[in-house]
Design a protein around this ligand. Structure first.
Ligand code: 13P
Ligand code: SF4
Length: 349
């Protein structure tokens, strides 16, 4: 058994030895014990762009969750190997939509609305769903470009199907001026479209999925901060519910949250509604500001946390010994169609 100190030393050694052959991107939600080794950190959009731009690395050891590693594999060349240090690092939101449910939904929605819908998916989804969107003229979207991409979608079709996060979809459409009455929910459990009013008025069809981390930030949490700290700013991720986003002062991607707090004057107060590792890191980085988690119990993403120092070291030691473990390889046909969706998004952002 190695101590943590020994593991840290081993990782630095392997990094030094592999040099440019190895690239380690890390999502902002990763643990500090992993992020300390990251060659780049970012939100989902930035990590996609960084993966696409990297042409040197033979091995991309992705510190994030499965859908992010799939995206990296789709956007890199065939001879670049993408590795996820723990295959159990999934995303409960991405798991809320599978391709069979999506195809079933699409068939029914075509019966109701003919050819008036553009499908789009949050990058937090399987490669197969990205491919489905790519094949049907649609696109992917992230929280940092959602408004731009949804606006573009409405230049293509009268309606959108937004997978799999109802909250990002609803928050984005609402901020673009679409009233809640013009949004319907597709329930993949019952294969039903749920809406009020006239079906012809529906502009946005939201998939009934959500993030199990961000659902922990509630209206009650906001009311408590407003009552006890009236001069505190509240900033949340748009994976939070509409009610929470409406009551918050700011909302945006992980990168937006970091930049907003970084640029805020010393002495300002902030309550943050997003994943725990990032909140803790922001608190430690800006001791001149009073910063708390919007939910006082802190909210970890358990699957992000599966990427830890021992798993990272294990993946790297295998590379060192000429073994590839936990390779993420998206089927070629799926990758080609998914890339069409990703390219549309990357061109728009
Ligand atoms: P962003 O980093 O793009 O804001 O996404 C947050 C998230 O939940 C990733 O799973
Ligand atoms: Fe998925 Fe939510 Fe975790 Fe992001 S924070 S990876 S959306 S479960």
């Amino acid at each position: 058994e190695m101590t943590e100190e020994e593991m840290v030393k081993r990782v630095w050694k392997i990094k030094e030895k592999l040099g440019e052959d190895l690239f380690l991107p890390g999502h902002h939600y990763q643990k500090d014990e992993v992020v300390q080794f990251s060659d780049a950190t970012g939100d989902s959009l930035q990590l996609s762009q960084i993966a696409e731009q990297n042409k040197e690395a033979k091995y991309i050891v992705f510190c994030g969750v499965h859908f992010m590693a799939e995206t990296a594999d789709i956007l890199t060349t065939d001879d670049q190997v993408v590795i996820l240090p723990d295959m159990r690092a999934g995303c409960s939101m991405a798991d809320m939509a599978d391709i069979h449910q999506t195809e079933r939904a699409w068939e029914k929605l075509q019966e109701i609305y003919d050819d008036t819908i553009l499908p789009m998916t949050y990058v937090n989804s399987t490669a197969a769903i990205k491919a489905f969107c790519g094949k049907n003229g649609g696109t992917t979207v992230t929280s940092s470009n959602a408004k731009k991409v949804v606006s573009w979608a409405f230049t293509q079709k009268e309606r959108i199907l937004f997978l799999p996060d109802q909250h990002l979809g609803r928050n984005t459409a609402y901020e673009l001026g679409i009233p809640l009455e013009q949004m319907a929910i597709w329930d993949p459990q019952t294969d039903e479209l749920v809406y009020e009013g006239d079906k012809e008025d529906i502009k946005v069809i939201l998939w009934k999925g959500h993030c199990s981390v961000h659902e922990n930030f509630t209206v009650k949490n906001i009311e408590y901060i407003r009552a006890t700290k009236p001069d505190m700013n509240i900033i949340v991720h748009p994976e939070c519910s509409r009610e929470v986003v409406a009551l918050a002062d700011y909302n945006g991607s992980t990168n937006y949250i970091i930049e907003t707090i970084k640029n805020a004057p010393s002495g300002t107060k902030w309550a943050i509604g997003t994943e725990m590792n990032l909140v803790k890191r922001i608190i430690a980085t800006y001791p001149d500001k009073e910063i708390v988690s919007l939910n006082p119990y802190m909210c970890p993403c358990l699957t992000m946390n599966r990427i830890d120092l021992p798993h990272l070291l294990w993946a790297l030691e295998n590379i060192e010994q000429g073994n590839i473990v936990n390779e993420i390889r998206v089927d070629k046909d799926v990758a080609t169609d998914a890339k069409r969706a990703l390219d549309r998004m990357l061109t728009l952002s």
